[in-house]
Design a protein around this ligand. Structure first.
Ligand code: ADP
Ligand code: MG
Length: 693
């Protein structure tokens, strides 16, 4: 009730009819609340008023002056210059308008106007204000109204700054009218917090973000709103962590197991990095508290065996271990791998994916419920699909970035909790890690197993196709295998997306030319799981030599004899994604190569390709990626289950994030106090929203 005005459709505001509403919809603005949350991209500072004799080149200022004369000059066809000469007692200035035929009718001689614009050099070297915005300045109120910071919003066809501004003003009036009677105040932070962190009040910030009195006030308003967004997320992570800790009685304290029984069977020794991370995990597992740990390790750093070791420990303690992969292909591949490690030790390993026959699925589920299967591998649908476990001790999720805050919130909501271990190859920049995984403990596998040669990466353009593929053929004839990766399965004639080489097209063409007589295959996400599995198996066994694919091979696929990767239209992929893809090669002892093919001339694309060939490690690449693309696109906020931020910018607002984290800790400490109750209630409703999203 108290909030109802916020959900009102904007068509209920004065002056907004269907056409404008449609334009607003293109900006994602449907309700009054959306409108109030529309954040200006910048402000036009009209508040600086200068006298004409104070003007300097490149000033962006307001000037109040009287009209002396207006002249018109045709510079060439379709280009008319109107020069308005104005004076203010300290000097005269020329104001230039191009092709604005209404000018002659608009200005009245000897009347006063206020102009806002840029000061440039005119023909004779004198200072000229070009194409300014202006308003009559006959009375002081008009001047005051005009000479303010003006918000500049993102625009779309059919909207002007003026329309948006007046709609926002209407919305703010409405908000004020309802402000007094709303119980909505609980969004306000306890005054202890607003004082300590020097924050504007929420309602003041909501108004000042649109119409600030000064630059400082605009900055304060933005800071307050960004602070709230970041704080809310921190609070939710905090709640999740606390939920887990409060349930610590039901956490499992696993007994010591000699892992030599497992590691002695490996063809390699664990690296020091792997051993360190294992010690963290072992300690967590043996303690009463529920493990909630994230393992970050670059592609190829050997996370799988660390996960297997943890599962081994849980299973030897009489519990079940669950391993969740993001895709079916990966689940199947891990199943094959993990079976090799565990079955010789007398452990039963089972797989549960969507592509099993109904009968097979039912039988497997029964065996899981009956405790006949010790180690269960499957896709994430597994836990979300009502599987009953006999005695779950540990849940491992691979590629955490597809397992968002929301899913973790769902898990932490359960009363009894197995230990949780999440693995990610996406080397998340620290700032993002703090936000996304603020509720978790973090370990990282810092070094790759020794003896790996860095992958050599080259750039090529499509003119070099023939040379590239002849060279790939030569390597294949020497016994190596290759991935050819594409941004699309097929060319879509409707979008007229020219210049994109699709997987299907390339597969059909090259199989009969460059790779004639060599066994090739096509792999993409629209194929049946059984087909994909079959092709992956044949590629892993060396039966298929060249695999044409889309990004389905992005995560986790592990075929160490594959040493060449060609990526078509490389500009279409994100840096983190290119790094993931490239990580499919360089897994064995042979030198591996990656060729990025692109014809893009864009500066940004060139910068990004340069990052890829500069020998950066995964962390440097992901920092760059975040910088060049922004966090929203970094891996898709929706996929993450994290709310998208309207104001906060994860790359620039690190200082605000740090404050928000401190504030979250303080609030959690004081949560029991009366003044904190309404804010805590507010966060609880947000948690419920998040889980039910
Ligand atoms: P990721 O961290 O990308 O999941 P994997 O666990 O798939 O990496 O390991 C990559 C490859 O490295 C696998 O073939 C694995 O057998 C091998 N490997 C793992 N640990 C070691 C090690 N300590 N020494 C040598 N090779 C290892
Ligand atoms: Mg892996």
């Amino acid at each position: 009730m108290e909030n109802s005005y916020k959900n009102k459709n904007i068509t209920e505001l004065k002056g907004i009819k269907d056409v404008r509403a449609n334009a607003f919809a293109r900006l994602g603005v449907y309700t009054v609340n959306d409108l109030l949350s529309l954040c200006p991209i910048r402000y036009e500072n009209r508040a600086v008023i200068k006298k004409i004799n104070e003007l300097q080149l490149h000033d962006e200022v307001s000037v109040v002056a009287y009209i002396n004369s207006i002249s018109k000059k045709s510079l060439r066809k379709n280009l008319t210059l109107y020069t308005v000469t104005v004076s203010d007692g300290t000097g005269t200035m020329q104001v230039a308008f191009f092709n604005q035929n209404y000018i002659e009718r608009t200005f009245k001689k000897n009347y006063r106007y206020i102009f806002f614009g840029n000061i440039e050099k005119g023909f004779g070297g004198a200072l000229v204000m070009q194409n300014p915005i202006f308003e009559t300045a006959e009375d002081l109120n008009k001047i005051e109204e005009f000479a303010k910071l003006q918000p500049i919003y993102p625009l779309t066809n059919g909207l002007t700054q003026k329309t948006i501004r007046s709609a926002v003003k209407e919305a703010l009036l409405l908000a004020k009218k309802h402000g007094d009677c709303q119980k909505n105040q609980n969004r306000e932070l306890p005054s202890e917090i607003t004082n300590q962190f020097n924050l504007l009040s929420k309602s003041a910030a909501e108004e000042a973000i649109h119409f600030p009195e000064s630059v400082v006030e605009a900055e304060d308003a933005r800071r307050r709103l960004a602070f709230d967004e970041l704080l809310e997320l921190q609070m939710m992570l905090f709640n999740m962590k606390r939920n887990c800790e409060q349930n610590s009685l039901s956490g499992i304290s696993f007994g010591r197991v000699d892992i030599k029984e497992l590691t002695d069977t490996l063809p390699f020794e664990l690296t020091d990095s792997q051993k360190e991370v294992w010690l963290d995990i072992e300690k967590d597992m043996e303690s009463q508290k529920i493990m909630n740990r994230l393992v970050i390790g670059d592609v190829g750093s050997g996370k799988t065996i660390v996960a297997v070791t943890a599962m081994f420990k849980a299973i030897r303690n009489g519990y079940q271990a669950v391993y969740m992969a993001p895709t079916e292909i990966l689940a199947e591949q891990h199943f094959a791998n993990i079976k090799k490690y565990l079955e010789p030790l007398g452990i039963t390993v089972g797989i549960l994916t969507g592509s099993l026959t109904a009968k097979n699925k039912r039988e497997t589920k029964e065996k899981i419920a009956g405790g006949e299967i010790d180690c269960i591998i499957g896709t994430q649908a597994l836990i979300q699909d009502g599987v009953e476990f006999f005695k779950p001790g540990i849940v491992i999720t691979d590629e955490q970035h597809r397992f968002g805050v929301r899913q973790r919130a769902m898990l932490s909501d359960k009363s009894t909790m197995p230990d949780i271990l999440v693995m990610t190859a996406t080397p998340i920049p620290r700032t993002l890690a703090l936000i996304l995984y603020g509720d978790m403990d973090i370990s990282s596998i810092k070094a790759l197993p020794s003896g790996r040669l860095p992958i050599k990466t080259y750039l090529a353009n499509s003119d070099m196709h023939y040379r590239v593929y002849t060279w790939v053929r030569k390597l294949v004839e020497q016994g190596q295998q290759a991935y050819i990766v594409h941004p699309m399965i097929e060319n879509d004639s409707e979008t007229e997306d020219t210049g994109v080489v699709s997987a299907t097209e390339n597969y059909l063409t090259l199989s009969g030319t460059a790779f004639k007589g060599i066994s090739t295959a096509l792999l993409h996400g629209k194929m049946k799981a059984s087909e994909k599995d079959d092709i992956m198996r044949r590629f892993a066994s060396g039966d298929i030599k060249v695999l044409f694919s889309t990004t389905v091979i992005e995560v986790g696929v592990d075929v160490s004899n594959a040493t060449v990767m060609v990526i078509e239209n490389a500009e279409r992929f994100g840096l983190a994604q290119l790094h993931q893809l490239r990580g499919r090669v360089g897994r064995g002892k042979l030198q591996s190569h990656c060729i990025l093919i692109t014809d893009s001339k864009s500066e940004l694309a060139k910068k990004r390709m340069k990052v890829m060939t500069s020998g950066c490690n995964g962390f440097a690449i992901s920092e760059k990626d975040l910088e060049l693309r922004g966090p929203g696109e970094f891996f898709g906020t929706a996929q993450h289950g994290i709310p998208a931020f309207k104001v906060a910018n994860l790359y620039e607002d690190i200082p605000i994030l740090k404050d928000a984290q401190k504030a979250a800790a303080l609030i959690a400490e004081n949560a029991a106090k009366k003044e904190y109750k309404s804010y805590m209630d507010y966060i609880s409703t947000k948690m419920v929203d998040l889980i039910q999203l």
